[in-house]
Ligand binder design. Sequence first.
Ligand code: SF4
Length: 441
Amino acid sequence: MTMPVANQPRRRGACPGVLAPMQVGDGFLLRVRVPAGVLPADHARGIAELGDRYGNGLIDLSQRGTLQLRGIAADGLEPVTEALRGMGYVSGDAASEAVRNVLCSPTAGLDLKAAMDVRAVAHTLDARLAEDAELHRLPPKFGWLVCGGGIGHLANSSTDVRFDAVDAERFRVSLGGTLAKAVPLGLCRVDDVADVVSALGRAFLELRAELPEPPRRMAGLVAAIEIEEIGARLAPSISPLPPGERIKVRGTHLMDFFGDAEPPHPTLLPGGEKEQAPVMVTAFPFGRLTATTLAALAAACAEIRITPWRALILVAPSADAERIAEAHGAILSHTDRRLKLTACSGAGGCDVGTTDTHATALAIADRAGPLLDPVRMVHVSGCAKGCAHPAIADVTLTARDGVYDVALNAKPGDASPYTGLSPADAVARVADLLTEESTGA
Ligand code: SF4
């Protein structure tokens, strides 16, 4: 079977899309970019059916707020693409799809604490990225974020360009990082967002080209040049921040406004902060669910919001939604220890993987139980590359040739005192280490 014309081979270093499917260990992976992260229930059912019929029935929630269909067969690419096109999730070509990396507050329009319902702005931004061909030269992974604040704020999501609402009509625009770390550029009115996006994208492309080693992300550009050089190319669409705002913003001023800096998903789950609308939040270990689960959840609500926190928000859930989610193994409490587990797809979904990383991680949660309570993260990596979390975790297991190296406070591939352990021995070693930590032995 030949590749359908609509689907193009992925550019080196590019992110996967519907029109740029990525060949991985379990078949083709298709990343579906859903504008504003708002998935009507009938679309969710349709996507679940596609995953079931043409794929291996596994669906991943990415940290970029997208859905990823896994295990799509080569002869399923064309019908899946056409079905997704019918739902409005496919761009004109792979280049215009690749740049539509827009993260939107998943509680937009559901949260009275938010400064603004940013769904329409996220749609506008998504559309401008697809339409403006000049922006299709932006590097892979270059991302944008629209945050209305409130309980589902995106303060901790790091991206290239942030639009954080300061009131119902204006955004604070900042570049290269989380809310606390991004460099403030100025204020922009809602109506100017699309033009600011076009101007900022062009400014990035032109200014990076003037540097001896052009940075691939906005954080690299703002580290290399004065922020005013970028700002000068955006006037009059961007107005200066009030005097002293930069200092306040870089400290705690806006953090107070937006709430605490902890990852929001645990507080969205029952037992954390109370939601303000009829919604139900449900998370999934490793952000992985099945098409069957997605279909069942879609039948139990009016709309699904996709979050960057391995969780879905069900809008207007039915009375039995919680029972259904629980029956499908979903996480319904912020105290569920599976929220502490991180793992790449491992042997099941990556050619390089040699162990079942998900099974190992779940076995650790089972075996360690309460010993995990003081731990922030256990990371089981299929190899030293550490795709799921290249940074340091409290406990890191790195696989190679079917065995694990185990280390505390390390990143994948770091030197380890415990090497070559079978999966069962690695699980037991982690439990022993956590016991020693808890008793101070
Ligand atoms: S960390 Fe290694 S095994 Fe895991 S997904 Fe990345 S390349 Fe594959």
